[in-house]
Write a protein that binds this ligand. Sequence first.
Ligand SMILES: Nc1ncnc2c1ncn2[C@@H]1O[C@H](COP(=O)(O)OP(=O)(O)OP(=O)(O)O)[C@@H](O)[C@H]1O
Length: 307
Amino acid sequence: MIRLEALSRHFDGHAAVEDVSLEIPEGTLQVLIGPSGCGKSTLLRLINRLIAPTTGRVLLDGVDTATLAPEALRRRIGYVIQGTGLFPHLTVAENIAVVPRLLGWPKAARRQRVEALMELVRLEPALATRYPAALSGGQQQRVGIARALAADPALLLMDESFSALDPVTRRQLQAALLDIQQRVRKTIVFVTHDMEEAVRLGDRIALMQDGRLVQNGPPDALLRHPVNAFAAAFVGEERALMRLARHSVADFMRTEPPFPLAAPAVSANLPARQALSRLLDGQPVLLVTGPSGEAVGQIALQDFAQE
Ligand SMILES: Nc1ncnc2c1ncn2[C@@H]1O[C@H](COP(=O)(O)OP(=O)(O)OP(=O)(O)O)[C@@H](O)[C@H]1O
């Protein structure tokens, strides 16, 4: 568990982060979001002590991080920086093993760890001997995540990690992160300025403005009940659509028969947004099917209106 207590950081009298208190429970994916310059990256750097706070504390499992040696911090906090920050002259395996090497792990243990991590982030073993320049942007990000997880830290910090990727790769990486999170359950602090990404990934979303925390809570709460005009404007007009990013057709369908068996079929697991776009294209109703193709419901535009 990580706790930020009245954290502030000033640069030349200007507050980059001002009086931020935030508790992030173990295993939570906490998103930090807000406009450019609101202090998101500074907050991440305060958490891993790349910079020291002007006032306030960061507690990791109840321990003030100011009292931890740099080596202990490195082991407990993984950091995926903007871009990938991979070392171009090191192979994929060497990049992933950077922290274990710094921590003095023996060679066999490093090799085992690299293999396990490449499997975790779904990178082909054959890529281990390649150099970063020979990888796609998405593969490089996977290496960055594997590297950050190398010493099995309790906390993973990710700063705009997927921003430079094309939309398709970005969605794949978002799905990969959720898959990794399901398997290893880290506490993750993920910085983005993209609301759709925040809604897809976040268990909780913290919205910042001018260094201050405006609102923190589950995505639905932010989308439905923004606390002030700034939050409402930031969440924006796409609000209803974005809420759909977390829902599947099953959350909206009607299950009473009779079913429109002649209508085009969609799976109950399909993201609600995709069904909505087919309905907006003029399809009046869709048949919803279960795992073995059996009819389980139907969905039309008015079913979304009720949410
Ligand atoms: N080392 C520094 N020296 C002086 N000012 C800084 C420093 N780091 C950050 N700032 C200032 O602090 C404020 C917050 O910056 P920060 O990078 O944390 O914002 P951000 O929300 O991450 O922005 P972006 O989304 O553009 O990356 C900005 O006004 C920035 O100019």
